[in-house]
Design a protein around this ligand. Sequence first.
Ligand code: HXC
Length: 528
Amino acid sequence: MKKNSENNTNSKKSSSSSSKITNLQTRKSEAKLGGGAERQEAQQKKGKKLARERLSLLFDNGKFTEIDPFVKHNSSDFGLDKTRIDGDSVICGYGNVNGQQVFAFSQDFTVLGGSLSKVASNKICKAFDLAIKTGCPIVGINDSGGARIQEGVDSLSGYGELFKRNTMASGVIPQITVVVGPSAGGAVYSPALTDFIFMVEGVGQMYITGPEVVKAVTGEDVSHDDLGGANAHSTKSGVAHFVSQSETDCFEDVRNLLKILPSNNVDIKSSNETSGDSDQSMLDNFIPDTANQSYDVKEVIETIIDSGSFVEVQNSYAQNIVVGFSKFNGETVGIVANQPDHMAGVLDINASSKAARFVRFCDSFNIPIVSLVDVPGFMPGTSQEYGGIIRHGAKLLYAYVEATVPKITIIMRKAYGGAYIVMGSKELRCDVNVAWPSAEIAVMGPEGAVNIIGRKDISSADDPEKKKQELINDYRDKFATPYVAAEKGYLDDVIEPSHSRKIIINSLNMLKNKVDQNLPKKHGNIPL
Ligand code: HXC
């Protein structure tokens, strides 16, 4: 009897447990519909992926652990009480990317246009706090109409909390933004505070004010894309670091970048990879005989690094300087290289800011820096002066001096004036400075120099043109070589170009245990 009643109780218990589990499963699968099947269809019709699909593209095997699937808002103004949906407008979680733990959030445009409510912000902040505590990168997938208008100040507070996390985590864990929809108004500042922004062509847009406001205020008639699409931000503003043609490509690109980055500022991404030594001999005849002839510095980069390891950052912006990550014998290294193929590799405002930010990222995350120098100087002209080349050029100086990671510099050809100093000279605390025999190190180029210091001799000569050429030749013999600098110890050595890879690997090994410090201070005051 007793047994039977026990059995009955157990079966009642198990049927009630299984119905609870069925309820849980139903509730979870309903939550996965976000704003509903109709809105999901509308999203797909626009050629956009759904928020969960995006997370699946990011994580290994499409798998992640969700955080806060049941969180919903409690607002009722402007009819919001009819929009209380499990999970609200963002999906947060963590999983592995290339076997390494990463946190992510993905805004769901089908729920009130992905707008940020206070609870959506709470969810993102929870993921952020865990990412910081566990030392893992965080990826934010943005597709949102901005602050949830109906919530007023609550929503603004949500953004404030997010900006605070972005800033506090800066230099501690890598932060990556993916823009796959609108990112409007003050909402753009969370992406802007992260380290790298990926945009998908024709899908992602970022702007402070939309085209209607632009028209009303300035009279300009621009489309959303012209104003803040991937092309505008990757070529003109420099806001975007990477552009992809499709969302699938984009998440593959994010995975590739994460593969090369450390997880946090104390993680040394050690690698057992070794890369065979490729043929370097082409470098010995690479620099053109004529000083003004251009070449593509990316050919040098591709030759000296581990084969195929280069991930270029901002490849369509300020192309007169090339920055990106690569590997040397499996170790991640940041490369900063002047690009003679674009504006003769001159340093202007955009190139200075681009390189300065890259150098600071590398330094924050203990990534050694290799600089490849061929630079005629800073860009002259009123547009540069009025735009603040002094202030922006100073950023690059500051970034190089401040960086305590191993710093290796190779001067390939021109290193003139302030640009010699700024591009990783010995004086800026660089550790290994070498030059190719083709290097020319001087205050300025021969032509400009004789026009100043030989002006009287030239004007009083019987044949001024002949005299000028003589003076140029003298100047070139004296200064346009690396040996004066090497004799004075400003260079550690003059090397055969084909030995560059070997010397970089050797120097990285020598510097492996480098310890250097900056003076104790709250923080410096980089010229912003
Ligand atoms: C609440 C919003 C919303 C928002 C969109 N929606 N943005 N709800 N708050 N910020 C809702 C819409 O009402 C609509 O709901 C649904 O989301 C889809 O929006 P649509 O307009 O139909 O979509 P689409 O035509 O694709 O246009 C998308 C859009 C547009 C370009 C993003 O919605 C838009 O311009 N939104 C406002 C963008 C903006 O100015 N944001 C800045 C807010 S201020 P229904 O139910 O009608 O389908 C801000 C300040 C932050 O963000 C400050 C931080 C410091």
